[in-house]
Write a protein that binds this ligand. Structure first.
Ligand SMILES: [Zn+2]
Length: 740
């Protein structure tokens, strides 16, 4: 473990490290409310911010942690089109879901607002007016694509054409989803409007621009000189390449009907560009928070003694380090003290992608692990733990299910929880369930070493968190638990317990046991304090078992060796975490692969349908086709053709141990024999199945059930009452025959 803890204090440049500002305003990137958010997002901007904020709160600092849904921009109406509903329904659905996901994973925002909030519309319009009135914006006419049939200017996303880079015919006006190249609509070959399917024409339109070029010199000095040491090198590096390339005026308005209206009489049909209004969302969220809590929002944005920190992913650096600071400066607001942007997190060897369905959504994890019977809120901490150990702080990192299992079982359970549990078990066995006395007269070198470690850990964790090195900070905490295990191993209180019956050594043995467990218990209390910013549910549970109030978790208590008073009786031991089983890992990996297949099929299906029909679905949402009861959505022949159905004969059948529903079948497909695990044990006896012919889905991805790999599936018919009947040919057929 120690090799993962890099050298401390490599960054003495941070002016505010250790000192503390008068107040803190912490923001996490506003999630775009056009769909579910995955754990890559979670690790990028939310878990790090939450760790930092919980740490500040434990230090009793004045802190506001704000976030909210970003609900404007063209992707919202486009998602509405895809789901056959309205933009309002889309933002309502995803805002609610994302907010709940964060709550379930213990992200402790003080406010989770939304940019459709009227406060935000007012704030963003005021911001625009403020800049415009002072001549800080420029107005320019330009030629843009217009759809004559739909009578509207076309946002980049509404234009499709051939990618000049890879030749893909379905590239969008802002990006080719096939090769990933960023595009402008002018680069597309044979552009067409996705609204009418017709080629668009160029028309002149007027827009307002933020002339970033005017602020180049100031930015260069502010970022590349003033922050070259305390900002992450990846952040400074990206800013430098932007500035070196020369900054251009950037349009802050666009022709669209979904968004915040431009507050000017001659701007009919124009809204604020989403990148302009979204970061202002931090300000409006702060206002909403102030309104909710009776605070004053102004000092958080106007007083120079506020420390503003934006937590974001690397795709957002330019907005938070260049564009938004220019806006803030022009309006006289505080500037970010730091923008600790993270790199990306990959998943099982590949980039996470919503369109390819290669991802783990927060919702999926919550569904699979957070139900009470699966472990409840503790399992939120298991995910928080693993994600923190692989935070992409300096380079891209990778989530694997095996890695998740190893981190939880090998570190959380085997090191951290094990120390806590052992201490509690031994205390109940050897010191009557009470905190024993510490006998100073027999304290030895090992005791003193451990005491020093506890005190030193506090300042190490502290400075690492202040430097935004959350992985290393967490490793320090786990390392401290590891030192506790080592100490206990060396002290061997269970060996000394054998001497308790020996009259001559009894006193000394008990005193040594007391000292060991006294120190281990004080260490447990310290571990609760140190783990609290990272794993808040765990810290709470530890407090409960130690019968102390949550106030013990105040950071100032860290390092103290008098947290639990002598003679105090503690609760019976309980496991802090459960292990992650092999079958869970297998299930998740299979699910990921199945999801990828499914999305490939959907994409092929979509490619087959015309662009017209996609648009058509927007207009016909209210008169959608009546659905026949219980019939699944229609598929095309190609979907059916993907199934490989074969005739097979069951050679043998046996019950699967400890699974009352499962049978293990050996099936002869003519060209090969397969093992198939089938959930039909309650409907058939093993004897009646042998020698029966069945229809087998022969190309189903193998899946492990109860440790047995099932290589396919057999078909049954289910009667309305739930009774199963085997489906087989009505006369003997040759094994391996195709079923079509
Ligand atoms: Zn391309």
């Amino acid at each position: 473990m120690t090799d993962r803890v890099t050298e401390e204090n490599t960054n003495p440049g941070s002016p505010s490290a250790g000192q503390g500002a008068k107040r803190y305003l912490i923001t996490s990137a506003l999630p775009y409310a056009n769909g579910q958010k995955h754990i890559g997002h979670l690790a990028g901007a939310y878990i790090p911010a939450d760790i930092y904020v919980r740490y500040l709160r434990a230090q009793k600092r004045d802190v506001a942690f704000v976030c909210g849904s970003d609900e404007h921009g063209t992707a919202i109406p486009i998602q509405a089109m895809k789901e056959g509903t309205t933009p309002q329904a889309i933002i309502d659905k995803y805002h609610k879901q994302i907010r709940q996901n964060f709550a379930d994973l213990s992200i402790s925002f003080d406010v989770y607002d939304r940019t459709s909030n009227p406060i935000h519309h007012e704030t963003a319009q005021e911001f625009f007016t403020y800049l415009n009135d002072r001549g800080e914006l420029e107005v320019k006419e330009s030629e843009q694509y217009y759809d004559e049939e739909a009578k509207t200017f076309l946002a980049d996303r509404y234009i499709k054409g051939t990618c000049p880079n890879c030749g893909f015919e379905g590239a969008f006006g802002d990006q080719c989803e096939k090769c990933g190249t960023s595009l402008s609509p002018d680069e597309l070959i044979n552009p067409v409007s996705t609204l009418s399917g017709k080629p668009p024409v160029k028309r002149s339109t007027k827009h307002w621009y933020l002339p970033l070029n005017r602020h180049e010199e100031w930015l260069r000095n502010w970022i590349l000189n003033e922050h070259k040491d305390d900002w992450k090198s990846n952040v400074v590096g990206q800013c430098k390449s932007w500035i070196d390339a020369g900054l251009q005026p950037r349009a802050v308005t666009r022709d669209l009907d979904w968004g915040i209206k431009v507050p000017l009489p001659d701007a009919e049909g124009k809204v604020l560009y989403v990148w302009f209004d979204a970061p202002i969302g931090y300000i409006s969220a702060t206002k909403q928070w102030a309104q909710n809590t009776g605070n004053d929002w102004k000092p958080y944005w106007l007083d120079k003694e506020t420390k503003l920190v934006h937590f974001i992913g690397k795709d957002n650096i330019v907005f938070h380090c260049i564009i938004f600071p220019v806006m803030l400066k022009l309006h006289g607001y505080v500037l970010p003290d730091n923008v600790p942007a993270n790199e990306f997190m990959n998943l099982e060897g590949d980039k996470m992608s919503t369109s390819r369905n290669w991802k783990l959504d927060m919702q999926d994890y919550i569904d699979d692990f957070l139900k009470k019977e699966n472990g409840g809120p503790q399992l939120a901490d298991s995910l928080r733990y693993y994600l923190t150990t692989i935070l992409p702080e300096t380079k891209d990192s990778e989530f694997t299910w095996k890695g998740f299992q190893d981190a939880v079982n090998g570190e959380l359970v085997a090191v951290f929880a094990n120390f806590f549990n052992r201490t509690f078990v031994l205390m109940h066995k050897l010191t009557g369930g009470k905190v024993p006395k510490f006998h100073n007269d027999i304290a030895d070198e090992k005791d003193r070493e451990l005491m020093a470690e506890i005190k030193a850990a506090k300042s190490r964790v502290e400075s690492l968190i202040e430097e935004y090195k959350f992985r290393d900070a967490l490793f320090e905490v786990i390392d401290l638990a590891r030192k506790g295990n080592k100490y206990m191993q060396e002290k061997e209180p269970w060996i000394k317990a054998k001497k308790l019956t020996d009259e001559g050594e009894q006193m000394r043995a008990q005193a040594e046991i007391d000292n060991c467990l006294h120190l281990c218990l004080q260490l447990c209390a310290n571990l609760a304090i140190f783990i609290n910013p990272f794993l808040p549910n765990t810290a709470k549970k530890m407090c409960h078992l130690m019968k102390v109030v949550d106030k013990m978790l105040d950071w100032e208590n860290g390092g103290s060796l008098k947290l639990l008073s002598v003679g105090y009786s503690l609760r019976a031991p309980e496991l802090l975490f459960r292990k992650i089983e092999d079958s869970e890992v297998q299930y998740q990996v299979d699910k990921l692969k199945t999801g990828l297949e499914k999305s490939k099929m959907e994409q092929e299906k979509n490619a087959a349908g015309s662009m017209q029909s996609t648009v058509g679905s927007l207009q016909t949402t209210d008169e959608s086709q009546p659905q026949m009861q219980n019939i699944k959505p229609q598929i095309v022949y190609d979907d059916f053709d993907k199934l490989d159905l074969r005739i097979g004969t069951i050679l043998a059948a046996e019950k699967v141990q400890k699974a009352d529903k499962l049978l293990k079948l050996e099936v002869d497909l003519g060209f090969e024999k397969r093992v198939i695990v089938s959930g039909i044990a309650q409907h058939f006896s093993t004897e009646e199945l042998v020698d029966k012919q069945v229809i087998v889905v022969a190309n189903l991805a193998p899946r492990k059930m109860r440790g047995i790999e099932s290589q396919g599936m057999i078909l049954t018919a289910e009667e309305p009452g739930g009774k199963l009947i085997l489906v087989n040919p009505n006369q003997l057929a040759q094994n391996g025959s195709n079923v079509k």
